[in-house]
Write a protein that binds this ligand. Structure first.
Ligand SMILES: [Fe+2]
Ligand SMILES: [Fe+2]
Length: 198
């Protein structure tokens, strides 16, 4: 997507530390690519520019300091403070829309929503939310045995893939004794019920 070269350059600069481009940048490119592939192969009919930008920028806040992310969450999500205070891994997704608006001047609500919930998921996600949630989990460089089931399902059904990923995330969090964010828990219940069809 040549028209987004400027945004890519900005993202790359923000993900370069001491002259070294961080893995996160290449992961971002892979997520954008996988999201486009899903849109195409599953005939989802989403606007490909939106798909690409959401994938490219989903982790735009990932390398910000904890202090920076936490201050954004305090301001933007006061109602979630209690449930996310001990789960730093999701801070960058909730803070993502704020960073993307401020640093990239992107205000499209669908893109911002997909960035916001790419880690936790939520109930009743939009198609773009689901595409980014799935692409983040199964992009080609994530070549782990645990992604195989989701990768296989992604060739057939987006909803089924979302359900598999939520199950795996909750299972992992449970087994490792970590806190399960209410957003993820509610998302899993929603897709278990809704997912009977898929
Ligand atoms: Fe992320
Ligand atoms: Fe990611």
């Amino acid at each position: 997507m040549e028209k987004f070269e400027e945004i890519k350059k900005k993202l790359k600069d923000s993900m370069t530390i001491n002259g070294v481009v961080q893995k996160r940048y290449y992961h971002s490119l892979e997520v954008a690519k996988k999201a486009l592939e899903l849109n195409e192969s599953l005939n989802l009919g989403l606007d490909s520019d939106k798909v690409y930008l959401a994938g490219l920028l989903h982790d735009a806040a990932k390398l910000k300091s904890d202090d920076c992310l936490w201050n954004i969450i305090l301001k933007e999500f006061p109602h979630l403070v209690d449930q996310v205070k001990d789960t730093k891994t999701i801070w960058h997704s909730l803070a993502g829309p704020y960073i993307v608006k401020k640093e990239y001047s992107i205000f499209d609500e669908e893109i911002l929503s997909a960035i916001c919930y790419h880690t936790t998921g939520k109930e009743n996600m939009s198609t773009l939310d689901k595409v980014i949630f799935v692409a983040d989990y199964i992009e080609d460089t994530r070549d782990n045995s645990y992604t195989k089931e989701a990768k296989d399902a992604s060739k057939i059904s987006l909803d089924r893939t979302v359900k598999i990923i939520l199950n795996q995330k909750v299972d992992f969090l449970r087994k490792s004794g970590r806190i399960i964010c209410e957003l993820t828990f509610k998302a899993l219940n929603y897709y278990l019920e809704y997912g009977e069809k898929c």
